[in-house]
Design a protein around this ligand. Structure first.
Ligand code: AMP
Ligand code: GLY
Length: 429
């Protein structure tokens, strides 16, 4: 197959790595890609949001299968554009991508289908008073979310009713999030550990991939502002088999069934972010794609060929497919540019990458990198995701951290406690 991967971050490089060497992947393009995908595949200079150029390219090159990494093109309807031209593509249609693109939609959907989630209400710009009153009834802390896409910055945990008032006014009145914030979801604060479940869906059937745990805060011990994700490990050991079975029964199946019943059959990757509360697992959010950096740890655990899996998905053959995973664990440590998630510099030269094979079971996944001639330079806040597999979580982490120690660019930093929650859970037995 000729395969096109849309996107240019760590998730897309991880997808490429999983496809390289597959007997089912003859040639792989990435649009626009990064310095890492340039090494493993062929980059084409088309932005992930340029749907017309992407679909034209796919048609011209006779691409057999396109995998869409990021959410924006999915919410914008890239899947319909490809299918209209008879091209196979992995991802949800725009109506189905509302599970991520509109939190108000996702919450109302969960309510309609009895899927466990935090109590909530949604409010538009004309309802500031009602929104404030509802936030008060929930008490503090309370969570205020912009309904639309906000690059991971749209959920604000308010520690007091006063903070909730300020946040609601900033979003609804001052328009601090633009159109994405024309509706807010106000919801109950949930306590517990977070873990994510991933499924690949073909509209009728689905297969579960590995679970994973992300590290969203920039600082060790889960402190500081939220980021796109500072590291991840898989599987999420805190999600035991019984809880996972419950998530499948109470969340995954009703979601897929519900979307089909409502005329929006869900296709592509489905990411379910969960809070493991004292009352059981509840949905924090849906994403309509693989996570980043979760993809970096989920995909290396797949024993089943990814290209075959994606082909089966596109042809609605997932029903009869058994997905195999390797034993052990995977870990990813994200190397960031100084200042991230605030302002950071770009164009910093990266050293320590020369080694093509950093060691058995290790891959240096590129997220925000670019080529300047022969030099690899930073082009984003999350720059690299050093990813390793091992017989256990500790072994995987050890390999990842050792490799990270050999890489350098000015201002580079990373969290030293990725996976610690998992290790502590395992030690507690
Ligand atoms: P979201 O944008 O919905 O994924 O939220 C981002 C992060 O905010 C989540 O990963 C949680 O850490 C936190 N969060 C969101 N909603 C809640 C909630 N209802 N209770 C507690 N934490 C939440
Ligand atoms: N790592 C979180 C996300 O991809 O949304």
């Amino acid at each position: 197959m000729k395969i096109l991967v849309v996107g240019g971050g760590g998730r897309e490089h991880a997808i490429v790595k999983a496809l390289v060497g597959s007997p089912n992947a003859d040639r792989i393009w990435v649009a626009p890609g990064n310095a890492g995908t340039a090494r493993d595949a062929e980059n084409i200079p088309i932005r992930a949001n340029d749907l017309t150029a992407l679909v034209d390219f796919a048609q011209r090159e006779g691409i057999d299968l396109t995998v869409v990494g990021p959410e924006q093109p999915l919410v914008d309807g890239i899947v319909e554009r490809f299918r209209d031209r008879g091209l196979q593509v992995i991802g949800p249609t725009a109506p189905a991508a509302q599970l991520e693109g509109s939190k108000a939609f996702a919450k109302a959907f969960m309510l309609r289908h009895g899927i466990p989630t935090a109590a909530f209400q949604s409010f538009g710009r004309e309802q500031v008073g009602e929104a404030l009153a509802f936030a008060k009834t929930l008490g503090a802390p309370v969570v205020v979310k912009v309904s639309g896409l906000a690059a991971g910055k749209g959920a604000i945990i308010c520690e007091s009713t006063g903070e909730a008032r300020e946040t609601i006014e900033e979003i609804l009145v001052e328009g601090s999030f633009g159109e994405a914030g024309s509706v807010v979801v106000i919801e109950e604060f949930m306590r517990g550990q977070e873990a994510s479940v991933f499924a690949l869906c073909d509209g009728r059937d689905y297969v579960l991939l590995s679970t994973a745990q992300d590290h969203k805060r920039v600082g060790e011990g889960d402190t500081g502002p939220n980021t796109g994700g500072m590291g991840a490990y898989a599987p999420a050991v805190i999600l035991d088999d019984a809880t996972l079975a419950r998530v499948e029964e109470e969340v995954v199946r009703p979601t897929i069934r519900g979307m089909a019943e409502e005329g929006m059959p869900y296709t592509g990757f489905l990411y379910v972010g969960l809070m493991l509360t004292a009352d059981g697992p509840r949905v924090v959010e849906y994403n309509c794609r693989l996570g980043d950096p979760e993809a970096q740890v989920i995909l290396p655990l797949l024993k089943t060929d990814l290209a075959e899996l994606l082909d089966a998905c596109a042809e609605q053959r997932l029903g009869g497919l058994a997905v195999e995973h390797r034993d052990g664990a995977a870990a990813c440590v994200v190397l960031c540019s100084g200042g991230y998630p605030g302002a950071y510099r770009k164009g910093l030269e990266i050293s320590g990458l020369d080694d093509e094979a950093p060691g058995p079971g290790v891959a240096v996944i590129h997220a925000g990198t670019d080529l300047e001639g022969e030099r690899v330079v930073t082009s984003g806040g999350r720059v690299l995701g050093v990813t390793a597999v091992g017989d256990g979580l500790e072994a995987a982490l050890d390999r990842a951290y050792r490799t990270a120690a050999g890489i350098h660019f000015e201002g580079m930093f990373y969290r030293r406690d990725i996976g610690r929650k998992g290790i502590e859970f395992l030690e507690a037995g």
